[in-house]
Design a protein around this ligand. Sequence first.
Ligand code: SF4
Ligand code: SF4
Length: 449
Amino acid sequence: MQLSFYNIIVDDHPIPGEHLLYNTRTQALVKVEGQLMGLLKRLDDPKNFSLRMQYANELVHLHEMGFIVDNKWDDVRRLVHFLGDLKYKKTTDTFSVTILTTMACNFKCTYCFEENTRKPLCMDRRTCDATLKWIKERVIRMKYDSIFVTFYGGEPLLNEEALEYLANDLRDWCAGNGFAFRFMIQTNGYLMTHERVQKYLPLGLSDVRISLDGVAEDHDLKRPLRGGGGTFDEIMKNIVENISHVRIGLSVSYDKSGVAHIARLLDHLEKIGILHQLGRIICSPVRASLGQSVHPEKICGSACLINYNDEELLHSVIEINRLMSVKGISVQKGLPISACPLLREHGAFSIDPQGRLFGCNSMLGHPEFSLGDIFHNTFNDKRRKFLNMDVGLNCPVHCRYLPVCNGGCRLISFIEHGRFERPDCKVRYLDKMAPDLVKKEYDALCQSS
Ligand code: SF4
Ligand code: SF4
């Protein structure tokens, strides 16, 4: 017997002499005392025979939880099985899909990833109908029991006609066929008025996510109106008017210039009394994205953990976590499985205004990376190519992060190395962050029990 490659050991937490064990494959977390940890580190030592007898029950449990394996081949066999499940198995009964009702936007953000590729196209009725047909067929064929739509853009509220048509139809179809339905609007917040929220709640609106880049002096510089002029005051008015009616989360971007604007924003939200009424606040870095080198575009990071965890931004991530903790806001805990959805059969899809399918929001606006379209029942070769990329198999088999990382973000590999197939390694970042994330998970579990 031996310890699994995929364990993270955190010594002397919660108190000196006690240790945490976290397994990235099984996501199990246990606390072990010093003598048992000493045994685990030298399981094969013949001198430990009597200790092995003394801890026989504990060793059985640790084996069941994946912390101990029979030998390295057993560990690798379990990993390969796990990666196969990750690629092919449905992990949720909810079908999540993002629909871009338009590429048009009323803002001109300094880092917009769509600015150079954007044509202000709107989804028309024919594409809406084909989208509805495609979603319904997939939900039935894959035996999902609920649908969650994110309306996205551009600014999705600039094509309200399509948004309302799609939400109305899906609400009625789901109600008539025994499916649950809800939707989120990812918006710049400028048009998210109280009247609109009231109109959308009966259609299934459950969440609004608003991009906010600090207080007025920060935000208005980065996210002005297309014709010029600040947007912060109008967005804050909308947030305040709607916060007790719908869950509102924030997306806040930052770059290498620091995170002082996030501190100012949190202070402001606290001062006006809404900080703890908000849903999740997701902070992600603005980083280089797809595009021509003479016109570099920028992207405000995606929801993929492995995309926005960046070693160069490590200090920012630590500082943001500290700021959030000080304000009593929950921060990331543990190491959730965050393998690239592009490599997964049941990864989420995004549908652009022309009906093209994408597996990664950061590739929107680049038709060469689309996986097909909703007018046809089959995907294209690109989809098969991504699914066949077993990037994690090019990583050292003993990398303790393999189950959660599986080779990292395909987009970043392509941008930085010119090849989708090459791992985008975050091991130095993860080595620095993992112990703290494991401690946070343990502390949160203790608080909730
Ligand atoms: S390539 Fe994969 S991990 Fe990277 S941003 Fe896209 S979906 Fe997320
Ligand atoms: S990319 Fe790096 S951190 Fe991720 S699994 Fe591969 S070796 Fe490990």
